[in-house]
Structure formats: C-alpha cells, structure tokens
Design a protein around this ligand. Structure first.
Ligand code: AKG
Length: 251
C-alpha cells in the first residue's frame, strides 16, 4: 500500500472546503459541556484548547450532508458495497496540540467487523502540522499494550509512509490499517473530519456504537480513574476533564 492507493485528492472542492472551515469554527465555539457526545479540550502551551468534537453530524446539518453524501460515496467505493455511517468527529490539532499513538480503528469500535474511515483535511496536513502516517500490508489485529495502542516493538517493524494532504483531500483508512500522527509543530490548526462506515449488511448502527462507546469509556474510567476522549487511550495529549450536566445538547 502507498499514499497513491488510499488518498483521494480534492474530494471536496474549494467551495466545500470553505463551507466546512466555517462549520468547524462554529462547532469549535460550542460551549464546554454543551454537547453530550463529547466536545473535548487538551492542555497546550497556549492554555486549554478544543481538540475533538464527537458525533458532530447529529447536531450539524452541513456536516451531516457531507457524512451522508460525498464521504459515504467514498467509503462505499473503498469497501465495494453499501455503507452505514456510524461515527464522525472533528480533530482540531491546534498549534502545540498532541498526536495519536499507533492504533487500528477496528479495535476502537466495539463489535464492528469491517470498518472504513474517511479522513478529510479541513486544513493542509503536513509533516510540520502533524499529518497521518499509515502502514500498509497489515490484514490482522496487531498486539496492543494496556492503552490499546499497537505495541512499540511491533509498530517499529511496520512499513510506514506519510500522508500529507491539502485541504479538501481525503484518505481512506481501513479498520486494520495501523496509523498514527505526531503533534502540531506549526502555528495554525490542523483540523480534519473523520467519518466511519460499516458495510450496511453488518447492521452496525450509530446508536449502538455510541451506546457501546459510552459504556466502555465509563467502565474504563471507573477502573483507572482517567478521563478519556476515546475508547482506546491513543490520544497523546493531556485531556481537560469536562462534565456534561444535561442529557441533551445545549449549544
Ligand atoms: O487526527 C489525527 O491525526 C488522527 C486521527 C485518528 O487516528 C483518530 O482520531 O483516531
């Protein structure tokens, strides 16, 4: 596998990128604790900054139209069958924002069989701003450590390539494709939207995934006392603990 096989250049045109940038700014400004699915911040040298918003499409019609439209078409093309969108998120990776340790998405989504995630660059993703690195040739679940990330000695043997993207480009991430990204060393945000799809025939639905996600995160936090922004502890940043007081979104 190489970048040419998994990257779709200009999946979004300039007008779509412009609209998505506006939506991402709008969503980032949602008040802390106002989004029940998770609107998370991390500590950076500039203070706490939003690092991820989870399940965005449920509350934003513009993002929902992308997730159900061009991104779904891309996932269906990659999987070769009709797909169901069960998850989406925006990762903001602000200047100084942290990256993600090596993981495989299949392990992060409880009970899913096959999964294809489409990551679309909202801003340019360069080596400096913390683009994704992908390893090809993996068709099995790899051994993980206690964080759920691929064991360092296994990851270091994989065949890695960088996936630099211009805004509007997309990368198709198979659930078994190991990937990681580094911190943003640049001076502007490196935002991406990531939507995840299962073959429709699997019957893996959004409500099921988000219920499993909350249950797993609640259980793990009860056991280790750590606040987390995902089922795997793959985020390398220092998370800011937030409480959602309501059982419905208030933004
Ligand atoms: O945004 C990134 O750099 C990593 C995306 C990813 O792998 C994730 O959110 O799990």
């Amino acid at each position: 596998m190489n970048a040419g096989e998994v990257v779709h250049r200009k999946l979004l045109d300039a007008a779509q990128v412009e609209a998505l940038r506006g939506w991402a700014a709008e969503i980032e400004a949602w008040p802390t604790g106002s989004h029940v699915w998770g609107h998370y911040a991390e500590h950076t040298t500039d203070g706490p900054r939003i690092c991820r918003t989870e399940n965005v499409s449920v509350c934003h019609s513009g993002v929902a139209s992308l997730v159900a439209g061009v991104l779904a078409d891309c996932a269906a093309g990659a999987l070769g069958e009709p797909v169901t969108a069960f998850k989406d998120k925006i990762n903001y990776k602000q200047p100084g924002g942290a990256g993600f340790s090596t993981h495989q998405d299949k392990l992060a989504y409880p009970g899913v069989e096959r999964v294809m995630s489409i990551l679309v660059a909202i801003d340019d993703c360069s080596l400096e701003s913390g683009c994704l690195f992908l390893a090809g040739g993996v068709d099995e679940v790899l051994p993980v450590d206690e964080r759920g990330v691929v064991r360092a000695e296994v990851a270091s043997e994989l065949d890695w390539f960088a996936v630099e993207l211009a805004a509007g480009d997309a990368v198709c991430l198979d659930g078994l494709a190991p990937h990681y990204s580094a911190a943003n060393r640049g001076d502007s945000p490196r935002r991406v939207i990531v939507a995840s799809y299962a073959p429709t025939a699997e019957g893996y639905e959004r409500a099921h995934y988000y219920a499993q996600r909350s249950e797993r995160m609640r259980r793990d936090t009860e056991q280790d006392g750590l606040f987390r922004i995902s089922t795997l502890a793959d985020f390398d940043g220092a998370e800011v603990e937030t409480d959602v007081v309501a059982d419905h979104c208030t933004h």
